[in-house]
Every structure is written in structure tokens, then in C-alpha cells.
Ligand binder design. Structure first.
Ligand code: 5GP
Ligand code: ZN
Length: 129
């Protein structure tokens, strides 16, 4: 029974590592993909969206592979507060206080399964973010 539980845990850990290996944002966090970094701290990075939907379109990305918004837990509270502070800083720096949206996509709306917060501001080039 114990062996079964252990092999199950190992299997799930391997699946998790495989997901992170395939994850484009984990690769960007590890600097394995050439990307412009607008900001970096111990816990997160900020990068421009590769396919901007508006004048300003940046992504605030935790370094930890958290899959989706619904996977955020109490233990992430410092990270989430830092994401909010960094978002406020970029809203001000980019001068979009009068016209911006902050978006978490989820489910079939989420294309990259690594938590990220869109800051879109200014004039929109397309509707969907
Ligand atoms: P989602 O639908 O998952 O919320 O949006 C993912 C966003 O990530 C999209 O807006 C897409 O343009 C952006 N994106 C996907 N791959 C890359 C990449 O390799 N580099 C950057 N900078 N953005 C990416
Ligand atoms: Zn990831």
C-alpha cells in the first residue's frame, strides 16, 4: 500500500515537472527564451506581450509555476500583493491611469497555463485579450 502511494506521488511530481518543462513562461523565467524584461524581482517578472492588444500590454508573471487563478492559495499572499504593487507602478509609469484593464484569463480563455496578469492600457488594437 505504502509503495503504491509513493509511486503515485512520484508519478504526479514527474507530471508536474514535465508541465513546467513544456511551459513557455517557465522558460522565459529561466531566461531560456530571448525576451525583453521590463522588471524582475525574486518572485516575479514583467514582460511585454508578444502580440499586444493595446498601446500598452504587459504581463506580470510569478516565477513559481502556478497554473491558474483558481490555484492561488493563502501562501501566495505576499506574491499577490507584490503583483498588485508592480501593476500600480506600471499603470503610473505608462501613463494609462485613465484607461486600463487588468485581466486574468482562465479555462478555455487562458492560452498559457502559467498564471499571468495582463495590464492593457491606452487605445485597443483588438478586442480579445
Ligand atoms: P492568455 O490567453 O493565456 O491569458 O494569454 C497569454 C498571452 O501571452 C497572450 O496575450 C500572448 O500573446 C502572450 N504570449 C504567448 N507566448 C508568449 C511569449 O513567448 N512571449 C511573450 N512576451 N508573450 C507571449
Ligand atoms: Zn510555467
Amino acid at each position: 500500500m505504502k509503495t503504491k502511494i509513493w509511486s503515485c506521488l512520484v508519478f504526479h511530481k514527474l507530471l508536474y515537472l514535465k508541465r513546467m518543462d513544456d511551459c513557455i513562461f517557465c522558460k522565459i523565467v529561466k531566461k531560456e527564451v530571448p525576451t525583453k524584461y521590463l522588471y524582475e524581482s525574486k518572485n516575479l517578472i514583467v514582460i511585454p506581450d508578444i502580440n499586444p492588444a493595446a498601446d500598452v500590454h504587459i504581463l506580470i508573471i510569478p516565477k513559481e509555476h502556478i497554473s491558474t487563478f483558481v490555484d492561488i492559495k493563502k501562501e501566495h499572499k505576499d506574491l499577490i500583493l507584490e503583483m498588485v504593487e508592480v501593476a500600480q507602478k506600471f499603470i503610473k509609469e505608462k501613463g494609462v491611469e485613465k484607461k486600463y484593464k487588468m485581466i486574468f484569463n482562465g479555462g478555455s480563455f487562458q492560452l498559457v497555463p502559467h498564471l499571468h496578469w495582463h495590464l492593457v492600457g491606452g487605445d485597443f488594437r483588438k478586442e480579445a485579450v
